[in-house]
Design a binder for this molecule. Sequence first.
Ligand code: FES
Ligand code: FES
Length: 153
Amino acid sequence: MPVYNLSINGKTTSVTAVADMPLLWVLRDLLHLRGTKYGCGLGICGSCTLMVDGKATQSCLLPISLAEGKQITTIEGLSADGDHPVQEAWKAVHVPQCGYCQSGQIMQATALLAANPNPKENEIEESMSKILCRCGTYPRIKKAIALAAKKIQ
Ligand code: FES
Ligand code: FES
């Protein structure tokens, strides 16, 4: 099997895997980074969202062979102590309910604010609708993004 050198959360990690192994399973099963969640494996739910070169990306659809040479950021690498402005806002607003979708939500929100530090309400809704939350935390997600946007500016 080929060896891939991945840049994950600022560190280079060598992984031996088949070329089409999804990044999600590389992270969870081979590297034991389990903050990125499996929901559907089909690019529908968004729970596996992380950032690749700063853009929100569904890791269940990204084969390891296409992840090499890119900067991958998972929820574990967003901050050292859970103190990224988006994480702080999430805590202040008490966004999570069951919590399952929340790492995907936070990574999607972080990528949104990196690209658009002052998003309009419809832009937040459009971006965050890509991550399904069966607990219906969207109203709190919107509040938290607005709060994080104020801190980031
Ligand atoms: S697990 Fe990747 S989109 Fe659902
Ligand atoms: S908090 Fe339960 S699915 Fe989103």
